[in-house]
Design a protein around this ligand. Structure first.
Ligand SMILES: CC(C)(COP(=O)(O)OP(=O)(O)OC[C@H]1O[C@@H](n2cnc3c(N)ncnc32)[C@H](O)[C@@H]1OP(=O)(O)O)[C@@H](O)C(=O)NCCC(=O)NCCS
Length: 154
């Protein structure tokens, strides 16, 4: 893992990010339709609020990705106009798991956050990954945070 580089993705990484995304989809049992890589890359390139970090081997092979969206709060008289971040995907290729790369990607995000005035990071955790998230400091949110699902059957 020592030789693995973690860096912020640039526009020319669109297909690498898309390829990792497809691996994640397949692992979840989804079948990816033809043309999906192009569709994904176009959407990722258009999304100006999205930030993405890649982990890559010295050969340039991408083996991990973390991406999500920074949400800027509007100016307010009663609280700081800081920002929050939603992590959409954390994925490491199966051959590279268990070596600390997921944690390294998360710690890269945590190190980036203060300069971007991000004061809260949220994500949906699968049960198997809770220990990882807890290790870097995540906890369950306050009982004030609520959610309404509009895509769920009544
Ligand atoms: C979650 C994931 C990114 C972790 O990457 P990693 O490089 O192995 O992470 P680390 O080596 O830093 O830490 C290992 C942690 O992975 C988590 N983990 C282990 N098996 C897992 C699994 N089947 N699914 C998800 N997370 C798992 C555990 O929290 C583990 O920590 P522990 O050993 O203390 O219990 C990787 O398992 C993965 O890509 N899984 C598939 C996608 C996924 O589940 N993403 C998270 C969605 S919330």
């Amino acid at each position: 893992m020592r030789d693995v580089r973690v860096r912020e993705a640039v526009p020319t990484d669109a297909f690498s990010v898309g390829a990792l995304h497809i691996q994640d989809e397949r692992e979840r049992g989804a079948s990816v339709p033809p043309g999906f890589l192009d569709t994904f890359a176009d959407a990722w390139l258009r999304d100006r609020a999205r930030r993405t970090w890649l982990a890559e081997e010295p050969t340039g092979r991408p083996i991990g990705v973390l991406h999500g969206t920074r949400v800027q709060k509007l100016p307010s008289a009663h609280r700081p106009a800081d920002a929050w971040f939603h992590v959409s995907l954390l994925f490491v290729t199966p051959d590279a798991r268990g070596l600390g790369l997921g944690e390294r990607l998360l710690r890269t995000l945590l190190a980036w956050a203060p300069a971007e005035r991000v004061t809260r990071i949220q994500l949906n955790a699968v049960p198997e990954a809770r220990t990882l998230y807890e290790r870097v400091g995540f906890g369950t949110p306050s009982d004030r945070l609520m959610e309404l699902r509009l895509d769920a059957p009544a």
